[in-house]
Design a protein around this ligand. Structure first.
Ligand code: ADP
Ligand code: MG
Length: 396
């Protein structure tokens, strides 16, 4: 992949940087600024070289038009604090405000454009519509730096099309993420354990098929576990379930058996009648989940078994919390897995927006893990061996 050094002299040049600033926000308050922090080094590298830096990013999932829930202004403020320098904010992405703001940038100054997903062209499946929007973005700058690792699996205008329209290079964050993930796919130290959980079950099932060819142990918790428990013949009550995936999962379980890969499922779960703070909850064996029960965390026996399977591993990749960790009563399984990772003698990687937020919220320092990836979907697709459009477009 081309790097910033391949872009030549940057002083006075307008550099469009695609960052991943998609942080969790509660009203105006950023609850985990990890992705903003991770974006700072590349932006600083560029300002130190005298570039005029124009940052483009998305927040949440607006539907191609402005949405007051997803304004990037609070992110601009936090970015400015972390950079220790002003960040000019454009009230639109490619409109009059963006043009005026970027035209006024001096050497070494930074601007942030409003949420790129407020523009329908950004995510359009129509190459022409996306290309037309990419033309507008490209017209703001002289060169492009792709640093939003969390979005490189998306064929979006600000990730993919703009890179084909300007001299383009990978930023430091993208390079760092890829170099760690490469270590997970090429000859990982064994045993290699993968922990999967979280709520985006159908997005994540695909990775299991490819992991069966490389991992030694696959531990399944979180919302994802219930589709597996259903495939293993258990009732799951009102827990998260992808009913149309049960047969596929049954196939994975059989394939794992043939290949000698261990798939570990919870043997007990914490259930509640509602997913909210303060409700009563109880631990049940997976064979005894009642029709009204909702599984909200793995149980203590499962947490202990998962921890043992992880601490004896030499490589661990973890994506997806083990339970609804946002509610402290339902966070024990996630905490046990995080704790186990800190004791692994080998490479540990935590991937995924919510997983990274979980370990920080539970008080673990970033340094307790080998690498905290800013990308959930992107890192999973990389591990699946899929081509990521935002990476291939940066290759020579
Ligand atoms: P990541 O962002 O790390 O890739 P996901 O987005 O897939 O992870 O899932 C994170 C969400 O999964 C969290 O908000 C958490 O509350 C939720 N979750 C975990 N376990 C369960 C469960 N048993 N039922 C419902 N949601 C769950
Ligand atoms: Mg998530």
């Amino acid at each position: 992949m081309r790097t910033i050094d391949d872009l030549g002299e940057l002083r006075g040049r307008r550099v469009l940087v695609r960052s991943d600033l998609n942080v969790p926000i509660d009203g105006q308050r950023i609850t985990d600024d990890g992705r903003i922090r991770a974006s700072v080094p590349t932006i600083r590298t560029l300002t130190e070289r005298g570039a005029r830096v124009i940052v483009v990013a998305h927040l949440g999932r607006p539907k191609g038009e402005p949405d007051p829930r997803y304004l990037l202004r609070p992110v601009a403020a936090r970015l400015s604090e972390l950079l220790g320098a002003p960040v000019a904010f454009a009230e639109d992405t490619v409109g009059p405000s963006a043009r005026a703001t970027t035209a006024a940038l001096g050497d070494g100054a930074v601007a942030l454009l409003e949420n790129v997903r407020f523009n329908a062209g950004e995510t359009s499946k129509d190459d022409l519509a996306r290309g037309a929007f990419a033309d507008q973005l490209a017209s703001l700058a002289d060169v492009f730096v792709s640093d939003g690792f969390g979005a490189v699996h998306r064929k979006h205008a600000s990730v993919y099309d703009v890179a084909a329209r300007l001299p383009a290079a990978a930023g430091g964050l993208v390079l760092a993420e890829v170099s760690v993930l490469r270590r997970l796919t090429a000859d990982p130290a064994r045993p290699y354990a993968v922990v999967l959980g979280g709520a985006k079950v159908s997005d994540k099932l695909g990775v299991i098929e490819s992991l069966l060819g490389i991992a030694d142990r696959i531990l399944v918790g979180g919302g994802m576990a219930f589709t597996f428990l259903a495939a293993a013949g258990h009732a799951v009550g009102r827990s998260l379930l992808e009913a149309d995936q049960v047969d596929t999962v049954r196939g994975y379980l059989a394939e794992a058996g043939r290949r000698g890969v261990t798939i570990m499922l919870p043997t007990d779960v914490l259930v509640a009648a509602q997913v909210s703070a303060g409700v009563e909850s109880r631990v049940v064996p997976v064979g005894e989940i009642g029709p009204e029960d909702i599984g909200v965390d793995i149980g203590p026996a499962s947490a202990a078994a998962f921890a043992a399977a992880l601490t004896s591993a030499r490589t661990v990749f973890w994506n997806g919390p083990m339970g609804v960790f946002e509610i402290p009563d339902f966070a024990a399984g996630t905490r046990a897995v995080a704790q186990a990772l800190t004791q692994v003698a080998g490479l540990t990687v935590v991937g995924g927006g919510d997983s990274a937020a979980a370990v920080r919220q539970l008080g673990f320092p970033d340094t307790a893990f080998g690498h905290i990836s800013t990308g959930g979907g992107a890192s999973l697709e990389y591990l699946e061996g899929r081509t990521l459009p935002g990476l291939t477009v940066l290759e020579d």
